[in-house]
Design a protein around this ligand. Structure first.
Ligand code: DQA
Length: 143
């Protein structure tokens, strides 16, 4: 089963964002790093990014229909999108929330995640390693 890795808004422009939170990593490097780690773990992945709430919801619906596991960085939608939370709630296979930075050590509006309560777990604050840890956790969840 292919694991769907979804990335939300502004992550495709990672190299232009705050270096103090995201370092020098750009999106192609993030994608390549995840693909290489997945391949080393013998996990099949498909990585997508969208700035659109609607597109992310469509992809979550497809994952629900296919009973596909999801590793999800909802980016800023994490903090306020009930529509995305509702779509995550409908998933049938495990879902892991990931963040590059640690939202709890940032501005107060980032301290709320409307996604965490409907995810199997959350990994945050380890840069690209958050995704690597999520791959390992997902592998264990899927047995
Ligand atoms: C993020 C954290 C969010 O607060 C922020 O809006 C992002 C990226 C992260 O990966 O650290 O866009 O999800």
């Amino acid at each position: 089963m292919k694991i769907l890795i979804l990335n939300g808004p502004n992550l495709a422009r990672l190299d232009l964002r705050e270096k103090s939170h995201y370092g020098d990593l750009d999106y192609p490097q993030l994608k390549k790093g995840i693909e290489e780690k997945a391949s080393a773990l013998k996990i099949d992945v498909e990585i997508r990014q969208s700035d659109s709430e609607s597109e992310l919801i469509t992809w979550l619906h497809e994952a629900a229909d296919k009973k596909q596991p999801v590793i999800f960085n909802p980016a800023a939608f994490t903090h306020y999108s009930y529509a995305i939370r509702d779509a995550v709630t409908m998933l049938k296979a495990p879902v892991i929330e990931v963040h590059l930075s640690n939202p709890l050590s940032r501005e107060e509006f980032r301290h709320t995640s409307v996604i965490s309560g409907v995810a199997n777990g959350t990994i945050a604050g380890f840069g690209i390693e958050s995704y690597y840890l999520a791959l390992i956790a997902m592998q264990k969840l899927l047995g």
